[in-house]
Write a protein that binds this ligand. Structure first.
Ligand code: NAP
Length: 300
């Protein structure tokens, strides 16, 4: 790394944040971390990160602060709340919010931060926990291009494809489009496999044949295989997909754009959450369709 490396702060060391923070450390950036549940910061501290006492403390020790928490109110809490990022950040500091949240909340956060001389990038990601571990995430960035260029070396530690999408909020818009496509594809994978199972098909054969044709997708290849194996561990939790599809519904309402497919897909994930599968991987949505069909889609 040429010159003095940016000092990085990381807030939110969950399924995604922890492996992302470890990649920032591996790339040689001095790192300060904070997580609400302190025990989850252990692995980052053991790998050489410094412990922050609060989001404000992390911000006071960083040039670039990354947040990777769950939903819009959570980002607002760690940024604007008591001992939040805004209390500790100096003018010239940049907040990079990599959580998936509402575009309008991103825009209003950007305004609040700008009043204090702090820049914001919205930089949500796609690629799941595997992409987080391997540093191969696709990162969708909203904000000023020159701020992205300053932070690019940090983002490159976590992602392979870094795409500038436009002003603040446009990274989140790209991510919500991603979720419309990813959730709809997964719902179709679930329905297709339950259909084939009910017909008595050889599900390994169906999976192999369809994966090689026009209906192939990441969802079929990876999540379809997990369904057939009865593996419902998260990756990406059902409750977070239900959250993202709520963000889509709210944003579509604000835009006045008609949606015909995504509302049904949203009900599938909401039902899965209500039936108690919220903390399982998104592939557990198949269980809703399986219970209606009274047939499981497992490979023999
Ligand atoms: P997760 O494992 O549930 O982690 C959530 C993190 O946010 C935890 O560190 C949690 O702290 C923290 N947090 C939540 N609310 C908070 C609050 N009010 N104050 C302080 N900390 C708070 O979720 P994840 O899978 O890492 O997802 C994080 C974000 O990435 C979400 O926006 C999600 O939609 C997005 N995302 C996830 C994936 C994926 O495959 N998992 C892929 C792309 C994008 P505690 O440890 O104290 O609970």
């Amino acid at each position: 790394m040429a010159g003095t490396p940016l000092r990085v702060g990381f807030i939110g060391l969950g399924l995604m944040g922890l492996p992302m923070s470890l990649n920032v450390l591996r790339a040689g950036f001095p790192l300060t971390v904070w997580n609400r549940t302190a025990s989850k910061a252990r692995a980052a501290l053991d790998s050489g990160a410094q412990a922050g006492r609060s989001p404000a403390d992390v911000a006071s020790r960083s040039d670039v602060v990354i947040t990777m928490v769950s939903d819009s109110p959570d980002v607002e809490e760690v940024v604007l709340g008591r001992e939040g990022v805004l209390e500790g950040a100096r003018p010239g500091c940049t907040l990079v919010d990599m959580s998936t949240i509402a575009p309008k909340v991103t825009r209003s956060l950007a305004q609040r931060l700008a009043e204090r001389g702090v820049e914001l990038l919205d930089a949500p990601v796609s690629g799941g926990t595997l992409g987080a571990q391997n540093g191969t995430l696709s990162i969708m960035v909203g904000g000023k291009p020159q701020v992205l260029e300053r932070c690019r070396p940090v983002l490159q530690a976590m992602g392979q494809r870094i795409t500038y999408c436009g002003p603040n909020g446009m990274g989140q818009v790209a991510k919500l489009a991603n979720q419309i496509i990813a959730a709809g594809t997964l719902a179709a994978v679930c329905e297709g496999l339950v259909f084939a199972a009910t017909a008595g098909a050889d599900l390994n054969a169906v999976h192999q044949a369809v994966s090689g044709g026009a209906a192939s997708s990441w969802q079929l290849e990876h999540l379809g295989r997990r369904i057939l194996n009865g593996d419902f561990a998260p990756g990406f939790m059902v409750k977070l997909m239900a959250k993202d599809l709520r963000l889509v519904a709210e944003a579509a309402e604000e835009l006045g754009v008609s949606q015909l497919v995504t509302p049904a897909v949203r009900q599938l994930f909401r039902t899965a959450e209500q039936l108690g599968y919220g903390e399982e991987g998104t592939q557990a949505a198949v269980k809703v369709l399986e219970s209606l069909a009274k047939k499981e889609a497992r490979a023999g």
